[in-house]
Write a protein of this length. Structure first.
Length: 486
């Protein structure tokens, strides 16, 4: 763990800050103060392999707890609909500047409250920027704020006719990439591309064929559960060939882009028209979102609030500025490389113990373990692992026979434990612990005596043994080592 990220050199100051804060909170609602203490204790004592989670630095966390939360600041830097936003301007401009510099992006928008919100901003900007009507073409008007009511009438109809092509959920895509229960699957006519049935890898020729046939306005690349890198240069070629806008959602792997593990064709920023991300996953910042865009889309992205966003969370934008400043430090590149090296070690640890991995391995920050070889559903595996103190989440595998609820997979990510200081040897041990649990878990039965997809039976003693091993690993790699609450 890089000391700068955890506050270790300022352990006393950080401890004093949290002690004071908890005392102030306890004076009003002691149960909240107590739950906050307990959350730290629980996070410290659990082996967190949830691929979308991390541990932000005390500097990032402390930045969120201030009076910036009290400000309204609708609008953009220097153009607010509220008075007295000069300090919000400062922190929002800093967050955007760090984001542009870090990612080499022409334009950055720091207001989205979350990843899903960032995607809504991106969808809006693409619709506003690209949907043509005869009247618009004739007037040469591109600014939707300058349209007449008649223009809007036509535009509204045209908005409802647009198409989006994204990666399917069971291949690792995200529900905001056109999945039906999400608004992206309602507001767009949507189709999905999957992965190759034998290799489990993205098949770019198949994506291109689908794009030629479907002719989407938006081609979405990016994923939440695909354990491989993506060739974004190739995705851009496909988008260009069919006249689509390439939108990349790097919510999961932004830290690997920031840390220069993904460069060249694997770096989405130079290739995509619009890039969205969360700031709290591998990027290790506060819970929030970010949009990066080519200049052409900047003005439409800027309308995010109030078009689809509520008032900006100024305290979180301030924390984004701090986190992005951290990510510009050389130590972050070391961290990002360690995330990828550790994922490789975790995958190797599984493969040498005969486990089945979707795509046969990983070259990013996550591993998708197919637990059907243990005769288990993802649900049973997730529950058995949790009983043994290993926190994962169940996840569909491509063409999953158990559907999205029970699933046949477990998704494991390395960003959080890498922050704690785990290296390849520790991740090999983690693989051995997971294999030990799963190979000694049996599916349970339903009340009627049939096979259950949810209940399970873990052999006696396994949970205790694995918990003890995990406690050793966690003690050797403490979370927030300088932070001691009184
Ligand atoms: C996590 C994630 C999101 C959603 O982020 P929230 O902050 O939970 O809204 C969007 N897209 C992808 C690809 C993600 O992995």
């Amino acid at each position: 763990m890089s000391a700068a990220s955890t506050g270790e050199p300022m352990g006393k100051t950080v401890s004093a800050a949290y002690d004071a804060a908890l005392e102030v909170i306890a004076a009003v609602e002691p149960r909240v103060a107590q739950a906050t203490r307990q959350e730290l204790a629980d996070q410290r004592s659990s082996l967190k392999l949830i691929a979308s989670e991390n541990y932000a630095s005390p500097a990032v966390l402390l930045t969120m707890g201030t009076w910036f939360s009290d400000k309204y600041a609708e609008g953009t830097v220097g153009h607010r609909f509220y008075a007295a936003c000069q300090n919000v301007d400062t922190v929002e401009a800093l967050a955007a500047e760090h984001a542009r510099e870090l990612f080499g992006a022409p334009y950055a928008y720091a207001q989205p409250h979350s990843g899903i919100d960032a995607n809504l901003v991106a969808f809006w900007s693409i619709l506003a920027n690209r949907v043509e009507t005869p009247a618009l073409a004739e007037k040469g008007v591109r600014n939707v704020n300058e349209l007449t009511e008649d223009d809007w009438e036509t535009l509204r109809k045209r908005f409802g006719e647009q198409r989006l092509l994204g990666m399917s959920l069971d291949a690792g895509g995200h529900l905001t990439h056109g999945f039906r229960p999400n608004i992206s699957g309602k507001m767009f006519h949507q189709q999905q591309y999957g992965t190759d049935p034998t290799t489990g890898l993205l098949d770019y020729d198949a994506v291109a064929a689908k794009a030629r046939e479907f002719k989407p306005l938006v081609l979405v690349a990016g994923y939440s559960a695909y354990p491989r890198r993506v060739d974004f240069a190739r995705m851009r070629e496909i988008a260009d060939e069919v006249g689509a806008v390439l939108m990349v959602d790097m919510a999961h792997f932004a830290g690997l882009v920031a840390g220069k593990v993904f460069t060249g064709d694997e770096d989405p920023v130079p290739h995509a028209h619009v890039v969205t991300t969360t700031t709290h996953k591998s990027l290790r910042g506060p819970r929030g979102g970010l949009v990066l865009a080519q200049e052409e889309f900047a003005a439409d992205v800027d309308r995010g609030c109030p078009m689809v966003l509520g008032g900006p969370l100024s305290h979180v934008m301030a924390a984004k500025a701090v986190a992005l400043a951290e990510a510009r430090q050389p130590a972050f590149q070391t961290y990002a490389q360690a995330i990828a090296d550790n994922a490789k070690a975790l995958a190797e640890g599984f493969l040498t113990r005969d486990a089945t991995l979707v795509t046969g391995g990983t070259d990013n920050h996550l591993v998708l373990l197919d637990v059907s070889s243990y005769g288990l559903t993802g649900r049973q595996a997730e529950s058995a692992l949790l009983e043994a103190g290993v926190v994962t989440n169940r996840n569909s595998v491509p063409r999953d026979p158990n559907g999205a609820w029970y699933t046949s997979g477990v998704r494991l990510g390395t960003p959080a434990l890498t922050t704690r200081g785990f290296g390849p040897a520790e991740f090999d041990t983690v693989a051995s612990m997971i294999v030990e649990v799963l190979s000694q878990t049996q599916p349970g039965t339903t009340k009627a005596g049939g096979p259950s997809k949810a209940s399970y039976v873990l052999a006696d003693g396994v949970a205790d043994r694995v918990r003890a091993r995990s406690a050793e690993l966690l003690a050797a790699n403490p979370l927030y080592p300088g932070l001691e609450l009184g």
